[in-house]
Design a protein around this ligand. Structure first.
Ligand code: ARG
Ligand code: GLU
Length: 719
């Protein structure tokens, strides 16, 4: 009996340990590292069902959507599900004041109405391979670091070349654990990806920037696209002759609903995490970099908001830019709050103490942490200057950005070189896009305000002389730019249509061009080289630090996200954000009506949705509790780039669409905390309800495979 009890106790402890998981795992290593753990948490599949190169597997239904989000295939006709905010740029590009798909949504009622999107891609992973040995073997540790890196780069290029020659596939190789390991990914990229459907923003972006990064959430953040292929099912440029792609696998959709504790996994392309930073690095992010970036963006957003509220045209022009700027502004605020609350700096100090203790006497690691700390002290000034450059002239002063696009044709023309057709076309496209989404008054006001911030925050040696001694007000900037070609659409087009050596010289004297040159040159000469040099040193030291940790300090080690395919797993779970507050793990449509406010753009609703909800006309999409679930939280470790990733249950069926994290947990990019970090997903049944009941696009649901599993009877002891 005693033995039996202790068995039960240890089972309980074990299951506690494995009840939730930190980490983003490499699909090809699931079999050796995670399979047992995942199965004990409720996975009914094998690791081979998730990733295999010999049979079709879940991976064949996952795409990198445009390189910045994830999408999944949900029908045998190449239908892709991703987020509304991932398709946002495309939806915007098809929108105008007359045909405002951002506001009203868009639904193709047949294939011929599906809209092409030049430049948009969907990339599958054909296979991955551990190439550490090929990249590192025999590399002389006596080599200087820069020579070592050069040799590595050479080997990477050769291997990619060798792998892709005579094949339609692409390939890339990325370092893992700061270059302790290397993996190669062989890819297949489709570039005819068409827009199929998008809900109105009042559904797809319900809650707007107010609710962004927050729970409880009621956003139907989804859109639908379709991959088209040539008649051999191979990638092809857009053509009317292309046909819907037939996938190797597509995700069946679960209609069974979810319960707290259910096993979940998120399969996708997380962008970037830095879990192995030292305490000094985190301190710098939290106390130096984040606060200034937050302040700069807050200022820009306020000005944008004013102009967007005053004009519908400006609202559409800047919708996507505003969302992008606001997104990380708010994320950084949450990140700082979370780091503070979790005491992240002291947690990392604990890890450093453990490292010192475990590696005591090992020569390789002697003094390592001090060296890293020194580099962080040295890089601070340059890291901040880099932030200011990126946040101000580079990203937010749009005329400067446009002027910079002329740099290379100016140089070529002055040297008497012929400018090829491709360069012209690319430049003309960029200029057209700039003009379509540009408002002069908005740009003048933001630029003037941010020049002010730049001068306040930057050491004098990083400030362009043109603005250094001037009182830089809106009046100054208006006057300064008044004679520039870049304030006038006609003059810009005039430039492009009659390009000559004389024009090249004229642009060089243009005030906007001159200011741009000063900013860009300062950055290229005074900031980037120093920043890169120290940053490379930090990377080399971090490589040793991470190796030391993995070999000597017990813990869970998974590679940082680097936009490669990963699987995160966990369970449907709620959380307690603050003392005395307990959040539920799902929301339903009642909450949509509670938030409804026709006076507030973030919470306005289409009348038809209100009607359907009030009538409880949910059809087969209702939960067994009678309500229609909208969003849910789970403990999958995700980050930017995981947007649009499928949330999959233990049977390999789609239960939700990942689109966000909770504010308290956005620090998970540098410090994952199982109590506080949750990913936020839209319940797949709400997606289907919107497609079918709201938009009357049931023909799309008919393409999908809906499955309902009867809940297995729970038995106490299976074996
Ligand atoms: N925070 C989510 C992500 O990082 C959603 C962003 C889009 N939504 C928005 N309201 N701006 O992408
Ligand atoms: N919304 C994010 C994205 O676009 C996902 C949320 C996150 O950062 O976890 O990828």
């Amino acid at each position: 009996m005693k033995k039996f009890l202790s068995l039960v106790v240890s089972l309980i402890i074990l299951s506690n340990v494995t009840s939730a998981k930190e980490g983003m795992w490499l699909p090809m290593l699931l079999k050796s590292l995670n399979e047992g753990d995942m199965q004990s948490m409720g996975l009914k599949l094998s690791a081979d069902d998730i990733y295999s190169i010999n049979q079709s597997s879940l991976k064949d239904a996952i795409v990198s959507f445009g390189g910045f989000c994830t999408g999944e295939i949900i029908s045998d006709k190449g239908l892709i599900l991703t987020n509304h905010h991932c398709g946002y740029g495309q939806i915007q590009s098809h929108s105008s004041v007359e045909n405002d798909y951002l506001t009203n949504g868009y639904w193709a009622m047949n294939h011929s109405q599906e809209l092409k999107n030049p430049g948009l891609t969907a990339t599958f992973i054909v296979r991955m391979e551990d190439v550490t040995a090929k990249i590192l073997e025999g590399i002389d540790s006596e080599l200087k670091e820069s020579e070592r890196q050069g040799e590595i780069r050479k080997r990477i290029n050769n291997l990619v070349e060798e792998t892709t020659k005579d094949s339609d596939y692409g390939a890339y190789i990325r370092p893992f654990f700061y270059g302790n390991e290397y993996y190669m990914f062989v890819t297949e990229t489709f570039n005819d990806v068409r827009l199929v459907g998008a809900p109105p923003s009042a559904i797809g972006k319900f809650g707007g920037d107010t609710d962004n990064w927050m729970w409880p959430r009621h956003t139907g953040d989804f859109s639908l696209f379709r991959i088209y292929a040539d008649k051999d099912n191979k990638p092809a440029e857009y053509s009317e002759d292309n046909v819907p792609y037939t996938p190797k696998h597509y995700l069946p959709i679960s209609m069974s609903g979810i319960k707290k504790g259910d096993f979940t996994m998120v399969y996708g392309f997380p962008g970037r995490t830095q879990e192995y930073l030292t305490s000094y690095a985190i301190q710098q992010i939290k106390e130096v970099i984040n606060p200034d970036q937050i302040a700069i963006r807050a200022k820009a957003l306020k000005i944008m908001d004013k102009h967007m509220k005053a004009s519908d045209k400006v609202r559409i022009q800047y919708a996507s830019k505003y969302a992008r700027i606001s997104n990380y502004w708010k994320k950084w605020i949450g990140e700082n709050g979370g780091l503070q609350k979790a005491n992240a700096i002291s947690l990392k100090q604990d890890r450093e103490t453990a490292f010192l203790k475990a590696t005591k006497g090992m020569k390789e690691y002697e003094g390592l942490l001090n060296e890293i700390e020194k580099r962080y002290l040295a890089i601070e000034k340059y890291a901040l200057a880099r932030s200011y450059f990126v946040e101000i002239p580079y990203r937010k002063m749009e005329m400067l950005r446009l002027a910079n696009r002329f740099t290379s044709i100016i140089n070529q023309t002055k040297k008497g070189e012929e400018i090829d057709e491709k360069t012209w076309t690319a430049l003309k496209e960029k200029v057209a896009l700039h003009l379509k989404n540009f408002d002069l008054n908005l740009d003048l006001e933001i630029s003037a305000a941010l020049i002010e911030s730049y001068k306040e925050g930057m050491a004098p040696e990083f400030v362009p002389s043109i603005i250094k001694s001037k009182a830089t007000s809106l009046k100054f900037y208006k006057l300064y730019t008044a004679k520039s070609v870049f304030v006038s659409e006609d003059k810009i087009n005039g430039l492009l249509n009659n390009w000559s050596k004389g024009k090249a010289k004229k642009v060089e004297k243009d005030p906007v061009y001159k200011l741009m040159k000063q900013f860009w040159n300062l950055y290229a000469k005074e900031v980037r080289p120093a920043y890169n040099a120290i940053s490379n040193e930090i990377d080399s030291l971090s490589k040793i630090y991470v190796k030391g940790l993995r070999e000597n300090v017990p813990g869970t080690y998974y590679p940082d996200a680097n936009s490669t395919l990963r699987l995160a797993y966990g369970q449907v779970d709620d959380y307690e954000p603050r003392d005395g507050v307990q959040y539920d793990y799902f929301t339903n449509t009642e909450g949509i009506l509670e938030k409804y406010d026709s006076e507030n753009v973030d919470f306005n609703l289409p009348g038809r949705l209100v009607e359907l909800i009030e009538k409880k006309d949910f059809g087969k999409y209702a939960d067994e509790d009678g309500s229609l679930h909208v969003c849910f939280t789970a403990s999958n470790h995700t980050t930017g780039g995981n947007s649009g990733s499928p949330v999959i249950n233990g049977n390999g069926e789609l239960i939700g669409l990942n689109f966000d994290r909770n504010w308290e947990g956005t620090m998970s990019d540098i410090n994952y905390d199982i109590d506080q970090c949750r990913n936020i997903s839209v319940d797949i049944r709400y997606v289907l309800f919107v497609v079918d009941k709201y938009a009357n696009a049931g023909h799309l649901v008919d393409e999908m495979k809906l499955v309902k599993t009867v809940a297995p009877v729970k038995v106490a002891m299976e074996k």
